[in-house]
Design a protein around this ligand. Structure first.
Ligand code: 5AD
Ligand code: SF4
Length: 446
């Protein structure tokens, strides 16, 4: 057992979803609370946290090659070694293997246990290798420090885990059962985020619209109730939420899209496939028609809503005609933007053992066709927004002198030139559309 000096600098590297980005920020805050500072750009950190994603591809292999690179690049002449922690969903799913295969890893910490990192670091510095993949009953959120200064857009995890058990997905195993954070803690964290500079909050959850809680009066409310309360925070200008499941898309939440002005006209509602047999095999528990009916209801209250989704091509047994149903669905919906993936067998999930696994070249071809259709719709959506007046929340400077970047209400990237600052909500007119961004001019006199 070799002990090392306690780390002075850290680097957190997050992969995958927005929840991991949020977790990465919270881990950074936790480390800052221990007096450990971010390693300057280009310099080695004493402590590296790899906050991993397990949802697709050979994620674990990527982790091993990252570990190898950190060890190889370690050039300190003092005989020390880097402190490496593997966090996130690969840690949860493959913690033991990581410890066995990668001696350089000193800590393995699952997504529900990272509030214990400070103690783990002390143990690891003393030469002990530690694994914590518990899913403790006392939630980690209670043990995390208060939010620090944040940018104009912030994430707020309101719900974690998933009980849906789609047959292709590891999330129910790595993130555990659906748990909603208590209402009071969320209102408190949201207010702190706003005090720390956030003007837009994106509520996060693997099934964010399954969130429920008791409000201050003890009444059970859903995500729509939470959104309505957050909308009362004066300096909070915008609210978003992601990711939703069609089955938890309540009438109340749909109604909120019609009458809560701060709730942005954007809905990420994954469908995964456009064929009912495939949806059943995926255990999605919604049909193409029930999905479309939800979108109709949302459009009835918010006609300009920008729709987004996730798709998987090449699910086991998917035929050419079933895949073409997906293309038909895409054309019917006219999405503003989407994520699309090749099916990736995840060990331990039912679909990994299903017959009819699809050949890689078939998946490649389907993904290309799907992405071509999605790109066409994205471009059409952007073109249709030319001429619209809207606000842009300024997030950062652009590449050119005087240029600024931000998001439209429909989550499009918008750039324009003006004398503004990060965090400003700027009234603009959208002028010219590209596939991935829109140029705008500032409206004066408003
Ligand atoms: N293979 C491919 N894509 C997947 N997703 C989840 N699991 C898999 C898998 N095994 C996709 C789904 C989900 C998104 C977050 O990742 O589309 O909505
Ligand atoms: Fe995975 Fe399905 Fe749960 Fe989404 S709803 S996290 S795809 S199991």
């Amino acid at each position: 057992m070799q002990s090392t000096a306690p780390p002075k600098t850290y680097r957190v590297k997050s992969f995958g979803c927005q929840m991991n980005v949020y977790d990465g920020e919270r881990m950074a805050e936790l480390l800052a609370g221990e007096g450990i500072t971010p390693a300057p750009e280009g310099q080695q950190a004493d402590l590296v946290v790899l906050n991993t994603c397990h949802i697709r591809e050979k994620a674990a292999e990527k982790v091993y090659s990252d570990i190898g690179r950190i060890v190889k690049d370690w050039d300190r002449a003092d005989g020390s070694s880097p402190l490496i922690a593997v966090a996130g969903c690969v840690a949860q799913a493959e913690g033991e293997e990581i410890m066995a295969r990668a001696p350089a890893v000193k800590m393995v910490v699952g997504p529900q246990a990272y509030h214990r990192l400070p103690q783990m670091i002390r143990d690891a510095s003393a030469g002990r290798r530690v694994t914590d993949t518990d899913m403790p009953a006392i939630p980690k959120f209670d043990a995390l420090p208060a939010r620090r200064k944040v940018g104009p857009t912030a994430f707020l995890t309101v719900q974690e885990g998933c009980d849906k058990f789609c047959t292709y997905c590891v999330v129910p195993y790595t993130r555990g059962a659906e748990v909603s954070r208590p209402h009071a803690a969320l209102i408190d964290e949201a207010k702190k985020l706003v005090d720390a500079g956030a003007r837009e909050i994106t509520l996060l959850g693997q099934n964010v619209n399954a969130w429920t809680g008791d409000n201050a009066a003890g009444r059970k409310i859903g995500l729509d109730g939470l959104i309505r309360e957050l909308a009362e925070i004066p300096d909070l200008a915008r609210i978003r939420y992601t990711t939703s499941h069609p089955n938890d898309m309540t009438d109340g939440l749909i109604a909120a899209h019609g009458d809560v002005e701060k709730l942005m006209p954007f809905l990420h509602l994954p469908v995964q496939a456009g064929n009912d047999r495939v949806l059943r095999a995926m255990n999605r528990s919604h049909s193409v028609d029930s999905y479309l009916a939800i979108l109709d209801k949302v459009r009835a209250v918010r006609p300009d809503i920008a729709l987004s989704g996730d798709f998987i091509v090449g699910f086991p047994g998917e035929t050419d005609t079933e895949f073409e149903d997906t293309l038909r669905l895409v054309d019917r919906v006219g999405y503003a933007q989407c994520f699309s993936f090749k099916y990736s067998p995840r060990p331990g999930t039912p679909a990994a053992d299903m017959p009819g696994q699809i050949a890689p070249e078939v998946m490649d071809e389907r993904l290309q066709r799907l992405q071509a259709a999605l790109n066409r719709h994205q471009m059409a959506f952007n073109e249709a927004s030319v001429g619209r007046a809207c606000s842009v929340l300024v997030e950062r400077k652009g590449k050119h002198e005087g240029q600024w970047l931000g998001k439209s209400p429909w989550l499009q990237s918008v750039h324009f030139t003006a004398d503004v600052a990060v965090g400003d909500l700027v009234p603009v007119t959208l002028d010219a559309a590209g596939p991935n961004s829109i140029s705008a001019s500032v409206r004066s006199g408003t």
